[in-house]
Design a protein around this ligand. Structure first.
Ligand code: PLP
Length: 490
């Protein structure tokens, strides 16, 4: 009973007395009567009986509880209020949980915010082939059964120089499948201690090896692994040599690693396959736009790797997918593994992937055609000019509680480019006018931004809320919401 006061009114002031007596439970209509009222009948007409009746029951149950404890305002039981409340509930029930947001975090390929953006041509292709039957697994030439891999295999081979290619649900699946197919059944996979990565979502290389039924044999040390380390670890049980791109961390200083070109020699001398997991795996050299360079799948194929795996929705700029390219013999073994069927790609991402890969046939147009690359290659000056144009508008909406300044920022590619590389960018820094309770004011502002019809996601750093404008393609989408933001903060 500690903490319970006999006289709560001394601690919480009593509510101001209502001008009218509270509504009683019997003032509420029965569900059927509510559904027959004209505006509600129109709602039923539009959405059908089940949904509207369900929401009507939920609404009336809530109101009845309020009426029982005497807190239901009489206006709430008026027919118009009930109809409006019901319409709001139905609309809320039908509102998708997955919604568009504005990514102003400065991280372009943001895993929590859906990674790569689909190109217009990919969306058009989805619309063209997904609203009716299609030849997903049907060979139009022979009139017989086809293979869904053939939708993208030739394109992937053309773009990477590989002999064969296959695709699965995501790159985590591609890595799991590669290891299971080439080294499952307790055989050994040799991997460097410097490459035992954990990427987001509890995907850790040692656990993946175990899940795939392989025995991991670690060689070298955290910072240095040499060719002889691999060679000395090979036994009759060895089935695979594996390289993993350390996409989200970097070992600096006194380091050594063995590249694929050198490992291929060791693998081939022992008749073993070599697989390399690139993670992001861009199909074009990003250095041509002044961006950090990522290893290219085609280089690893040229080096002689048997299997190269990479993601579809990181730098490739497509849908979630795991791409496997390599030598025919290894890809065939992977295709025959029963796990392949369990991890196979759906027809929607497959169609989007095909259209995305097509864009790479026109590399000169890529920075315009691929939205993720377009954002990555936006010049910092253009972003700064955009910030300068937005600053007075946002400042006016947030005055007098917050000040807004144009600032230079450093963003990042995200999802697997070297974490030490930064993208010069620009944006708006919002600081509370009062130092007192600044943290609370910023949290409130961040919450209000997330609560907008098109939620705005920024980042808080050093007592300021930063909005990096690199990914704001369309300023109007932001400015249109300023009145709503102002109202939310009032
Ligand atoms: C991102 C990543 C993966 C997983 O790819 P998903 O497409 O997210 O499944 C695997 N390996 C590396 C090195 C990565 O960076």
């Amino acid at each position: 009973m500690i903490g319970q006061s006999a006289t709560p009114s001394m601690i919480c002031p009593p509510p101001s007395p209502p001008t009218l007596p509270a509504a009683r439970p019997q003032d509420l209509p029965a569900v059927d009567r509510l559904l027959r009222q004209p505006p509600v009948a129109a709602l039923v007409q539009q959405h059908g009986h089940s949904l509207v009746a369900d929401q009507a029951r939920g609404l009336l149950d809530g109101l009845r509880r309020q009426a029982l404890d005497g807190s239901l305002p009489p206006a709430a039981v008026q027919p118009d209020s009930l109809a409006q409340a019901l319409a709001d509930r139905v609309a809320a029930r039908l509102a998708p949980r997955l919604r568009p947001v504005l990514n102003l975090t400065g991280t372009v390929v943001h895993t929590n915010l859906g990674r790569a953006l689909l190109a217009d041509s990919a969306l058009a292709h989805l619309l063209a082939v997904m609203t009716g039957p299609n030849n997903l697994e049907y060979d139009l030439h022979s009139g017989g059964r086809g293979d869904r891999d053939s939708v993208v295999e030739e394109l992937l081979c053309t773009l990477t120089g590989a002999e064969a290619a296959t695709v699965v649900n995501n790159n985590a699946a591609a890595v799991l499948l590669t290891i299971a197919a080439l080294a499952g059944g307790g055989r050994e996979v040799i991997v460097s201690r410097g490459e035992l990565v954990e990427i987001g979502g509890a995907f850790r290389m040692p656990d993946v090896m175990a899940s795939a039924g392989a025995r991991m044999v670690e060689v070298g040390t955290t910072n240095r692994t040499h060719a002889r380390d691999y060679a000395q670890a090979i036994t009759p049980q060895t089935a695979l040599l594996m390289k993993v791109h350390t996409s989200n961390y970097m070992v600096q200083g006194f380091t050594a690693a063995v590249d694929e070109a050198e490992l291929v020699g060791i693998a081939q001398a022992h008749g073993l396959p070599l697989a390399t997991d690139l993670g992001a795996g861009s199909l074009v050299d990003l250095a041509q736009w002044g961006l950090p360079r990522e290893p290219l799948p085609q280089e690893k194929i040229a080096a002689g790797c048997d299997v190269v795996t990479f993601s579809g929705d990181k730098l490739l700029g497509g849908p979630q997918a795991g791409l496997l390219v390599g030598r025919r013999a290894a890809i065939e073994r992977i295709r025959r593994c029963p796990l392949k069927r369990a991890l196979r790609m759906g027809k929607l991402p497959l169609a989007a992937l095909e259209a995305t890969l097509m864009l790479y046939l026109r590399p000169e147009r890529l920075a315009q055609d691929l939205p993720t690359l377009r954002l990555l290659t936006r010049p910092a000056e253009a972003i700064r000019a955009q910030a300068q144009a937005l600053q007075p508008l946002l400042a006016a909406a947030l005055a007098p509680r917050f000040g807004v300044a144009v600032v230079d920022l450093l963003g990042q590619i995200g999802s697997g480019s070297l974490p030490v590389d930064r993208l010069p960018s620009a944006g708006l820094a919002i600081a509370p006018a009062q130092k007192k309770a600044a943290g609370r004011a910023l949290d409130g502002l961040a919450t209000a931004l997330r609560g907008l019809p098109l939620p705005v996601i920024g980042r808080i750093h050093d007592d300021r809320l930063l909005l990096d404008l690199r990914c704001l393609d369309d300023s109007a989408a932001f400015t249109a919401q300023l009145p709503a933001l102002q109202a939310a903060l009032a």
